[in-house]
Design a protein around this ligand. Structure first.
Ligand SMILES: Cc1cc2nc3c(=O)[nH]c(=O)nc-3n(C[C@H](O)[C@H](O)[C@H](O)COP(=O)(O)OP(=O)(O)OC[C@H]3O[C@@H](n4cnc5c(N)ncnc54)[C@H](O)[C@@H]3O)c2cc1C
Length: 380
């Protein structure tokens, strides 16, 4: 049952975005910049975005050497370079849009820890540099042997290091706060606790049904056009899409006195990553230890993976340093048969942008900008 006022003033929008993560918010901002007078609504199922955007590690990542070399075993050079370029453009757009200070962006550089069995990558750095040169304009990778001792990493597990010039780091909380504030400032409505159960296309509009505790029949909103930006959760609305969820887990330590490193670090083809933040170490990854269990949308911890992270922290990253873990959490990413994000019209009125893998921080703004170019807002 709806009141006349609810129906008149709160139920129709030019565009509705489902999903309030990096991609959904960036898309809403893009559209509001293109169509100043449009009524745009973002529907987010939880009180805060509850997928990956407020739960990630804040790496503005382009890909480590071993990860890109692994990608090249099953993806063409052109596709690998194109994805690298999208991440780079996305990061530039994010920084321009929000400003480095507001998002805590720092260009402390990134490093990859190379084990004995990964030394093959060192011989391929020149090839990677040549391949990526049209995007980077300068060599991106360089061996940085010796840095492992300076940073205090365990000699037994780290044979050498590779530095990368294109990556940076940011404060995920500040970035999402800034995106939300910008969206509100631009007049975009954001409704949280609004889980979209389904959508139906009619001739001149799309009807979006939102689950609502107080109205058993749900809220029926209408819009001229709709975007689905629900990443790992997309299959609940679009069951045939090529999306496989992948849980990511992280821990953060208490502040550590005399921490020897700053910047962001990867190892094992990007499956593990760590960084310094506020004098603490944030460490995540290990999904590859138990792919099957981690193919889930359940936000929970896997003890085996957490034990592995504890082990890597104590014996590889901070050998001989006493540390206490302050917090652990998980979030859900979206993968599929390729690493390319999906950005496409689903019909004349419905559009989608999802499958950001483990790189939506840098990629998200680019994907949103690309989708915004495809959407033509309509005034019936
Ligand atoms: C632990 C972890 C670490 C990561 N680290 C990094 C990193 O360092 N660098 C990097 O680039 N990437 C990282 N990622 C990946 C990155 O966070 C994601 O690629 C990115 O956040 C995806 O953004 P998104 O907006 O597409 O999806 P999401 O952030 O998942 O947003 C989708 C939103 O849709 C909402 N939603 C879903 N279904 C519905 C529905 N039916 N109705 C309404 N709302 C709905 C969800 O609640 C969610 O908030 C990490 C991810 C995790 C989990």
């Amino acid at each position: 049952m709806f009141s006349y006022w609810e129906q008149e003033s709160f139920s129709h929008y030019h565009h509705i975005v489902v999903g309030g993560g990096i991609v959904g918010l960036s898309l809403a901002i893009e559209l509001s910049e293109q169509y100043a007078s449009a009524r745009i609504l973002v529907l987010e199922r939880a009180l805060l975005p509850t997928g990956a955007s407020t739960r990630n590690a804040g790496f503005a990542c382009m890909g480590s050497a071993t990860e890109l070399l692994d990608d090249l075993t099953h993806t063409s050079e052109d596709d690998v370079v194109a994805l690298f370029a999208q991440r780079k453009e996305g990061l530039e757009l994010l920084r321009k849009r929000l400003g480095d200070e507001r998002i805590g962006y720092r260009a402390n550089g990134s490093y990859e820890l190379i084990s004995d069995k990964e030394k093959y990558a060192i011989d391929k750095l020149e090839y990677l540099n040549r391949l990526l040169m049209p995007v980077t304009g300068k060599p991106a990778f360089e061996e940085a042997n010796g840095m492992q001792a300076q940073f205090g990493f365990a000699r037994a597990s780290v044979s050498t290091m590779v530095s990368q010039t294109c990556e940076g780091e940011l404060h995920t909380g500040k970035m999402m706060r800034a995106l939300t504030d910008m969206a509100i400032q631009k007049g975009i409505e954001i409704k949280t606790g609004a889980s979209v159960a389904s959508f139906d296309e009619e001739e001149l509009r799309v009807v979006v049904t939102v689950e609502e505790h107080y109205r058993k029949e749900g809220w029926r909103l209408t819009c001229n056009t709709l975007s689905i930006c629900t990443n790992a959760f997309t299959k609940s609305l679009l069951p045939t899409e090529d999306i496989v969820p992948g849980r990511g887990q992280v821990l953060i330590t208490e502040p550590i006195k005399g921490l020897k490193f700053k910047g962001i670090f990867h190892f094992d083809k990007g499956y593990y990553y760590f960084r310094e933040i506020d004098g603490r170490v944030l460490l995540g990854g290990g999904r590859n230890l138990d792919f099957e269990t981690e193919e889930t949308t359940e936000i929970a911890l896997n003890q085996m993976i957490q034990d592995d992270l504890d082990d890597k922290l104590a014996n590889m990253i901070l050998p001989g340093v006493k540390v206490k873990v302050a917090q652990r959490w998980a979030g859900i990413m979206a993968f599929g048969s390729t690493k390319q994000p999906i950005v496409k019209p689903i019909s004349d009125r419905v559009f989608g942008a999802y499958r950001m893998g483990g790189m939506g921080v840098a990629l998200g703004s680019n994907v949103a900008a690309r989708l915004a170019q495809v959407i033509k807002l309509q005034w019936p």
